[in-house]
Design a protein around this ligand. Structure first.
Ligand code: ADP
Length: 271
């Protein structure tokens, strides 16, 4: 019983720490170089203790069946919060790398149709859990671009994940397209959409619309900020169209690969 009290206290203080840290970092994130370096240093420093907490937390989590119900719930809370913290820290480290200009793009010829198919496959179970269907609209065969597939896949995961989370169970359409100058990946949902003001802030770091929605939808508020960096470092553009109650459409446009056959399909303008 003593041990279980300790676990409960540990989980509570960890929860408080995660919340406090998230709001502190939020205030620092947009600021000067010194502060950016501070965020980067703090993030690096937190990695080791967090790993230790994670390992200890995993042990408790795995044994939770043997605990009293309240303690078992606390072990679960600890587990969720550690996961949330790890996500936040990973995103912060990535933003720091971009701020420091130390991101290297490992570009290679990549079939965007395959990439979109893979992204859809890996998001399918999330879509099913929300009751929405994922559709792909793409030219037959291949459509290559010189990109870092890891980063473009991450953009697609973010966009598709957001489309599902805010999509109200309606279908989500992923489109691959090209014209003479560019190739494009688009993700369209028919869910809640966003107001004009929301749209202006959607790529801001830590920005999230309507706080009351956020309790059910996890995330760091850094996903689109990182996606925008990922797009820009490729010489690409990431744009959004949205309206309240009309769903949202995000489009990533990337430079065309020299010598790539022309699929002659116009890049669709979102409605
Ligand atoms: P996160 O998803 O972690 O909150 P993001 O940077 O991916 O962070 O998104 C920021 C915010 O933009 C979301 O919290 C949400 O309010 C809004 N948003 C993003 N995508 C959509 C979408 N498809 N429909 C409605 N709102 C969206």
């Amino acid at each position: 019983e003593k041990g279980e009290d300790v676990i409960a206290t540990l989980a509570r203080s960890f929860n408080g720490m995660a919340n406090a840290l998230q709001s502190q970092i939020k205030e620092l994130a947009d600021l000067s170089e010194v502060q950016q370096r501070f965020v980067s240093d703090v993030s690096h420093e937190l990695r080791t203790p967090l790993t230790t907490i994670r390992l200890a937390g995993d042990v408790l989590y795995d044994q939770r069946a043997g605990f009293a119900p309240a303690t078992a719930r606390t072990a679960e809370l600890l587990h969720t919060q550690v996961e949330r913290f790890e996500l936040l820290l990973g995103d912060l480290l990535e933003i720091s790398r971009y701020d420091a200009g130390s991101v290297q793009v490992e570009a290679e010829p990549t079939n965007l149709v395959h990439l979109a198919e893979d992204a859809i496959d890996s998001m399918r179970s999330l879509a099913e859990s929300k009751g929405s269907e994922l559709h792909l609209v793409a030219p037959g065969g291949h459509l290559n671009a010189d990109v870092d597939p890891r980063r473009i896949r991450r953009i697609l995961h973010n966009l598709i994940g957001n489309a599902i989370e805010h999509g109200e169970g309606k279908p989500v359409v992923v489109a691959v397209d090209s014209n003479a100058n560019a190739v494009a990946l688009s993700v369209r949902d028919y869910g809640l959409g966003m107001s004009k003001t929301d749209v202006e802030h959607v790529f801001d770091r830590f920005w999230r619309a309507d706080p009351s929605r956020q309790r059910t939808i996890g995330g760091t508020g850094l996903g689109l900020a990182i996606s925008l960096e990922d797009a820009t470092v490729h010489g690409g553009v990431l744009e959004v169209w949205s309206g309240e109650g009309q769903g949202s459409s995000f489009r990533l446009t990337l430079p065309r690969r020299a010598g790539e056959p022309f699929t002659d399909s116009p890049i669709p303008l979102p409605p």
